[in-house]
Design a protein around this ligand. Structure first.
Ligand code: BTN
Length: 257
């Protein structure tokens, strides 16, 4: 991205900043903070999660060495929430690139990958007036502590950097980038679509969307202004898949990265 397309700086995030050693899920602790009246920008960080969760009801294994955090946002603008998840993904991708000498891509809707390996995931949950933005980044975890099927597709920043990386340093960059892209989303979202599209790992690739009772196959054709995935079917139709409602996978036999 060129300097000219950088978004305007928005709200400061990270006040207050709550650090805990161990928690079930930082998203659950963040929900409690919302109920207690904590303001926008509050952040919860845990050294370890016992019951970290991912999208689509999956477990998110969260051993020590990762950055597991949740940020409270209280959006006051009428922008598509699906696109906010894209804005967060761009912020995370830019963050990890500050620490590794390899470009980061995004697999729809918001998985951040380096060299084909997932290094970060995002789970946004609504509670009352707030959105809890849960972000997990594999900063310095050992892949051998992950279940084999997860380790086979996961990456950790320190392995790409070839050196230890401080979680606190990653958090500081993340909160800055997040403030920027939250502002870009609130300002209309075109910059988010552009930046997301620049990192889109699926565009032009054959994809299969798995959803109970629905099967869509075709070629990924980027996202629309609401963050929905566009898929061009073999019949030439353009189908629209809404963020958060589906699991999107590459056909493993045709996976090319
Ligand atoms: C995914 O890729 O499926 C999303 C993973 C999100 C994991 C983060 S870690 C911090 C926050 N707390 C959770 O329980 N989940 C999110």
């Amino acid at each position: 991205m060129t300097a000219g397309t950088e978004p305007a700086r928005a709200a400061r995030l990270g006040r207050p900043l709550v650090w805990v050693g161990e928690v079930g899920s930082t998203n659950d602790l963040a929900r409690l903070l919302v109920a207690a009246g904590c303001p926008e920008g509050a952040v919860v960080v845990a050294a370890r999660q016992e019951r970290g969760r991912g999208r689509q009801g999956r477990v998110w294994v969260s051993p020590p060495g990762g950055l597991w955090c949740s940020i409270l946002l209280y959006p006051s603008v009428d922008q598509p929430s699906g696109l906010l998840s894209m804005a967060v993904a761009v912020a995370v991708a830019q963050t990890v690139e500050q620490f590794v000498p390899v470009p980061a891509g995004i697999q729809w809707p918001n998985d951040v990958l380096i060299a084909g390996r997932k290094v970060a995931g995002i789970l946004i949950e609504a509670t009352g007036p707030a959105l809890v933005v849960g972000i997990g980044i594999n900063v310095g975890i050992e892949l051998r502590v992950l279940p084999p099927e997860v380790a086979a597709r996961a990456g950790s920043l320190h392995l790409f950097a070839g050196r230890p990386i401080e979680g606190r340093a990653v958090l500081d960059v993340l909160l800055d980038r997040l403030a920027d892209w939250y502002g870009a989303w609130a300002a209309g979202g075109q910059a988010v679509c552009d930046a997301w599209g620049f990192r889109d790992l699926l565009r032009g690739k054959p994809v299969k969307v798995l959803q109970p009772g629905v099967g869509i196959e075709g070629v990924a054709d980027g996202i629309d202004h609401e963050g929905a995935l566009r898929i061009r079917t073999a019949a030439g139709d353009l189908r629209r898949v809404v963020a958060g409602d589906v699991t999107c996978v590459l056909d493993p036999e045709r996976q090319s990265w």
